[in-house]
Design a protein around this ligand. Structure first.
Ligand code: PLP
Length: 418
């Protein structure tokens, strides 16, 4: 199997021209999402796995309405984690039947609106939630399709973030599943159509990803065989990572696909799973590298031997790039100055907030910087604005620009848009 061409983290000259035009036409700070790269990623995923997986987009990674509308024609399923994300998906043109609803603490009001609104599947994360959903479905005289999320007991090494083998708010512990599942199956207004596992993410190691999915397959087999189920769908929370930092080596998707294809084929060869749809659920790998955050230097100053570029947007718009989103040590996201030039000196880039936490770059090698220059932060298409403290210090929201081909469109949101 040959590796399909991946969209690299290095911005090409054509990308740079688009980014410069976005900064010029719409102003900064801004997020820019390059649609062609997302298209290429979606195609690469389908081709690498030879169609064995359909795709589910985790809206929480970037619920920009323009982006959701763009993805509607390219991805089969939308995974929502709140009723707000469901409303955004509906407004963007997704039918509710193509949505699945995950999340550990769904409120009754959310379950009610989702069930009444014909959500495709509810991803049940606890027995208590299943009972509440059953009661609410009965009140609507409906039988709600559900999948049960299982929390595995192990996850291999090599995941930036994981939630397996320790106490967790997510899903039903694998150790309890055989006891709990019959109680869920007995609820008359719920119809179990499959199982769901998402136990770790941000892995750049093909072997770790494959080993993790093999564990999912083992669990899926065990649960379906034990309870004599033939599932309609099985959801694999992907774990596919993106190269945020300078020394990160981009994932070799071909190697992941070659490693797992025999296991997927063996699963499908079993009559119980012959008609099961296998779903790859992901966010960052689909949209992360296609997005850039543009922030403009407003002031250059020197302080005790260091050069600072003080920028018009920072941690308030892009918490992860400031190193404050689950990171122990600050590492700089890859970034470059629009318009290029040879790197000449190390500078610190900080945002407009009155806190030392607002660092976008620490000792970054950059060309000479001056007020007016625009810095493009890479790998910003996922967990950017959606994961940031937008209200803090009351600066305006960033613009959000979607490029389809060479066309740029303002898809900015306003606070309170849900
Ligand atoms: C966040 C999330 C994802 C997507 O994770 P990525 O790391 O962005 O790929 C998928 N499924 C569920 C249930 C999630 O909560």
């Amino acid at each position: 199997m040959t590796a399909p061409e991946a969209t690299g983290p290095e911005a090409t000259e054509a990308d740079d021209a688009l980014l410069a035009r976005a900064a010029e036409d719409f102003g900064t700070p801004a997020y820019v999402f390059l649609g062609d790269h997302i298209d290429a990623r979606a195609t690469a995923l389908k081709e690498a796995f030879g169609g064995r997986f359909s795709l589910s987009y985790a809206a929480k990674s970037n619920p920009n309405p323009g982006l959701l509308a763009f993805l509607e024609a390219r991805v089969e399923n939308l995974d929502i984690s709140s009723i707000g994300e469901m409303r955004l998906g509906l407004k963007a043109g997704w039918t509710p039947e193509r949505m699945s609803f995950t999340g550990p603490a769904k409120r009754d009001a959310e379950l009610d609106e989702a069930i009444a609104g014909n959500v495709g599947e509810l991803i049940v994360e606890s027995l208590d939630e299943a009972r509440r959903a059953d009661r609410i479905a009965r009140a609507h005289d409906r039988r709600q399709r559900i999948m049960v999320r299982i929390g595995p007991d192990t996850v291999p090494k090599g995941f930036g973030d994981h939630m397996a083998g320790r106490p967790s708010p997510f899903g039903i512990d694998y150790e309890q599943i055989h006891e709990v599942l019959p109680q869920i199956l007995a609820l008359e207004n719920l119809e179990l159509v499959g199982l769901h596992i998402y136990s770790g993410t941000q892995s750049l190691k093909p072997e770790a990803i494959c080993e993790n999915w093999r564990n999912f397959i083992k669990i899926f087999r065990d649960v379906n065989v034990t309870h004599e189920l033939s599932p309609e769908r099985l959801v694999f929370g992907s774990g596919l990572g993106v190269p945020y930092f300078e020394r990160d080596v981009p994932l070799d998707l071909g190697e992941v696909a070659a490693g797992i294809a025999p296991d997927l084929d063996a699963l499908r060869a079993d009559a119980r799973f012959a008609r099961t749809e296998l779903v790859l659920e992901l966010g960052r790998y689909l949209v992360g590298e296609a997005g850039y955050y543009l922030t403009r230097v407003t002031t250059v100053k020197h302080s005790r031997g260091a050069t600072y570029g003080l920028c018009d947007g920072g941690m308030n718009h892009h918490l992860p790039a400031s190193g404050n989103f689950g990171m122990v040590i600050h590492r700089n996201y890859k970034m470059h100055k629009l318009g290029g030039g040879e790197p000449v000196a190390k500078v610190n880039l900080s945002g407009p907030l009155c806190t030392p936490l607002d660092k976008i770059g620490v000792n970054v090698m950059l060309p000479e910087i001056a007020a007016g220059d625009v810095i493009a932060v890479h790998c910003s298409g996922a967990y950017g604005m959606t994961a940031s403290p937008l209200m803090f210090i009351s600066h305006p929201l960033p613009k959000e620009i979607l490029a389809t081909g060479s066309q740029l469109r303002d898809v900015s949101r306003k606070l309170g848009d849900l």
